[in-house]
Design a protein around this ligand. Structure first.
Ligand code: KIV
Ligand code: ZN
Length: 527
């Protein structure tokens, strides 16, 4: 027998499926939650990157998750859209409903198989777990031909029981078998042996795709995933920038570039367009407010920067001396002066297209152009990164109830600083003022005067987007109210304006979250 996958048909022996879980496992990490609108923007970037499967969320987890998965399934074409579900029938049905509009879909259901998880968490016997696997996969197959089954904590599961569980799932109709290292405990040698053992021992193993899903608690997620591929896995799961529970998941960009750079060792075929990597990485940072560290492989600011004189000299003579892959192959272009204050609308639109913004509505282009003109008056050199920050923010602002209009602030080192802010709330301009310890604090007090609220400020972080004294500052603000946590981002050459924009962005998200909770009827919550 050989694999004839419902969504991928007959695959070449060395084809590897890239399963992206940025919007599910990635989004579960503290501070990384995204609104439906943000998930849709990220999903579009993942589709352009060419991931094969996109896990859009966990529909039974919350009405919000359901809504996001449903929206992605309704509008994102290309990748298979997957939803995660526990083994409970209600979860599986909810997942099936959420992914229904997708042309290509997958139900991903899981249950823990390690002794520790079965006894301590599930409080189930191994036989009960086996029965649940049979029941859950059989039910999932009623809704989708493509069913992935995961053995949670597989890497710490007794090998004989793992084989029994996998065999049960295959017999019940699973088409992909995922064996996660849920707690990031395994090593490349051990993980490779687990895959080799199961694939050799389980009847029907040659009819399904095996998948690796690794967490990075010991910094081994990429190494472990590669080891699984060498033992016969043909799908790996990961997230952009390696985000995910605790220390994160396998970083997709690293896996892709290992295979592209070392085909002599990892000779696998991928559908991904690696030149889209940086764009996806940056969009994720802009949405979540968390930049990757400068030395992060592939997507860090320093990943292709050569500081030491001897290195610079070598690279100028022949880039191969210190570069094992080209910056362009992952989407880096030399930061250059792109547009100036005399650039017109047509040049701006051209630039947006080169940066990959091909589907922005006209109103978002107009608004971004207006902000670009303001920026060009204040900032001498405008880089691609400036334009990207501006457009990403404008897209987020477009439908916001509260919009930043203007701000004036004065800092006094020997007394309270002052700020006066004008916001447009539901189309009506309102002005407020505030005093505080520093101009940023004063601006936040002024925002509270214009739009009273009780949310607590939990996080405040500022980074420079580009270099130079006139660089734009990107600010992240986290607000919390009644257990609802939201992050907002803002950027501007003026730090106080940047912080105020971020605060307003977070406030808009909070208001949207509040409204969603009120709108949801009890029937929807318990359906
Ligand atoms: O880490 C894990 O085990 C998971 C499963 C739900 C696939 O994320
Ligand atoms: Zn996981």
């Amino acid at each position: 027998m050989s694999i004839n996958h419902p969504n991928f048909g007959k695959m070449a022996d060395n084809q590897v499926i890239v399963f992206d879980t940025t919007l599910r496992d990635g989004e579960q990490a503290p501070g990384f939650s995204m609104t439906t609108d943000e998930k849709l923007r990220m999903a579009a970037a993942l589709a352009s990157l060419g991931v094969d499967v996109m896990e859009a969320g966990f529909p039974a987890a919350s009405p919000n998750d359901f809504e996001s998965v449903h929206a992605i399934a309704s509008s994102i074409a290309g990748p298979v859209i997957a939803g995660l579900s526990r083994a409970a029938p209600g979860d599986i049905e909810r997942c099936a409903e959420a992914i229904k509009p997708a042309k290509r879909k997958r139900i991903h259901t899981f249950i823990a198989t390690s002794e520790l998880h079965m006894a301590a968490k599930l409080r189930m016997t191994p036989d009960q777990v086996i029965d649940t696997i049979r029941g859950s996969v059989t039910l999932a197959r009623k809704y989708s031909d493509d069913v992935e089954w995961s053995a949670e904590d597989a890497a710490r599961t007794d090998p004989d029981f793992l084989c029994r569980a996998v065999e049960t799932a295959i017999k019940a109709g699973a088409t992909t078998i995922n064996m996660p290292d849920t707690v990031g405990y395994t090593t490349p040698g051990d993980y490779a042996r687990i895959f080799a053992d199961v694939i050799a021992r389980v009847p029907g193993a040659d009819t399904v795709i095996f998948s690796a899903h690794c967490h990075n608690d010991l910094g081994l997620a990429v190494a472990n995933s590669l080891a699984a591929l060498q033992s016969g896995a043909r799908q790996f799961e990961g997230a952009i920038n390696g985000i995910g529970e605790r220390a994160g998941n396998t970083a997709i960009e690293e896996m892709v570039m290992v295979m592209r750079t070392r085909p002599d060792v990892y000779n696998y075929r991928l559908n991904v367009d690696s030149r889209q990597i940086l764009k996806a990485s940056k969009l994720l940072s802009a949405i979540t407010g968390f930049d990757v560290q400068p030395n992060k492989a592939i997507v860090g600011r320093n990943a292709f920067a050569h500081e030491a004189g001897i290195h610079q000299d070598g690279v100028l003579k022949n880039a191969l001396t210190y570069e094992i892959m080209t910056p362009e192959s992952v989407g880096w272009s030399k930061s250059s002066l792109v547009l100036g204050k005399h650039s017109g609308r047509a040049a701006f639109r051209d630039k947006l297209v080169t940066l990959g913004y091909t589907e922005l509505p006209q109103v978002a282009i107009d608004e971004a152009f207006a902000r670009f003109k303001e920026l060009a008056d204040r900032k001498k050199t405008i880089y691609d990164e400036d334009i990207e920050a501006l457009v990403d923010e404008t897209a987020a602002d477009a439908q916001a109830r509260i919009q930043f209009v203007s701000l004036s602030a004065a800092s006094h080192s020997d007394g309270k600083s002052e700020a006066r802010i004008t916001l447009s709330v539901d189309g009506v301009e309102k002005t407020g003022s505030g005093k505080g310890d520093g101009a940023v604090h004063a601006a936040f007090v002024a925002i509270r005067e214009v739009f009273p609220h009780e949310a607590a400020l939990n996080l405040f972080a500022i980074n420079a987007i580009t270099e130079g004294a006139d660089a734009q500052a990107r600010t992240t603000v986290r607000l919390e109210e009644d257990g609802r946590i939201v992050d907002g981002q803002g950027s501007d050459t003026d730090t106080v304006v940047s912080a105020s924009r971020a605060y307003v962005h977070a406030l808009n998200k909070l208001v949207a979250k509040r409204e969603r909770t009120v709108q949801l009827s009890p029937a929807f919550l318990t359906a």
